[in-house]
Design a protein around this ligand. Sequence first.
Ligand SMILES: N[C@@H](CCC(=O)N[C@@H](CSC=O)C(=O)NCC(=O)O)C(=O)O
Length: 303
Amino acid sequence: MPKEDYNQFTDNSFVSRIMSSLTPVSSNRCFGGYQKVYSHESSELKCKMNFSVYLPPQAEEKKVPVLYWLSGLTCTEQNFIQKAGAQRYAAEAGVMIVCPDTSPRGVNIEGEDDSYDFGSGAGFYVDATEEKWKNHYKMYSYVTKELPEIINGNFPALPHCQSIFGHSMGGHGALICALKNPGKYCSVSAFSPICNPMECPWGQKAFTGYLGKDKETWKEYDATHLVKKYQGPPLTILIDQGKDDNFLKEGQLLPDNFVAACTENKMPVILRMQETYDHSYYFIATFVEDHIKHHLEYLGMKS
Ligand SMILES: N[C@@H](CCC(=O)N[C@@H](CSC=O)C(=O)NCC(=O)O)C(=O)O
């Protein structure tokens, strides 16, 4: 694309012309690039969804790799962009960062707003099969298919150069997306992921609600089970986990189960237990640079 077109690309009027199905919500200059938010009608989720996209300065000149970030319980597309401080590193590296919301919104399912760990803000990155939820709660298809198509079709993204990372429920999401789709993501990493949802209270509640009582079907969305049968291209998984994380102490995260399963299948995994760190975005902000550098290595952009 000629340079003048890329200059236009960063102008909202041009963006809205080429993106008839995307509505600009906000645009802020950030580390030489742009932090933007869009809304759109999702065909998978059958509702209006927001996502954020950080466009590094390099995206004005050429196509760039994409990092997908999946957030945790109660989050929207805003938490990571406001709290993680990742834009500085994305700008230096020349990578785009895309953050979806964490569930369908406002779909009027009875009980959808009753708790912080199920329904709104807690889509768990699965495709629901239970009657009550299955029409809207398809976050797995949304983040692995619909959203990448939108990004690749509307932004200067290198379509075969994408990686995924996330936090807590989103760490679980990142791990299962990578493990279920060998070769689709160049690399995967996670902060405090829910590693074995079948065996923890958060996961059992979500999987019962979205997938029903048959635990065999749960295995398709449990990273500890999926990693045992992974046979795709090599993936070196990076996980950071705070040792003072209350949810770790409550048995919600179970990283040791995941590492044992990786060892069983000879899957390389780096689990860094970080003394004195908790579950918060202060922890994520501390180590996000390491995660971006990890991904650069596998996106063919070693720094
Ligand atoms: N009871 C809390 C729990 C919510 C919480 O801690 N959410 C985490 C993710 S936990 C696992 O997915 C989070 O990222 N919160 C957002 C933030 O900006 O810190 C509550 O209801 O707040």
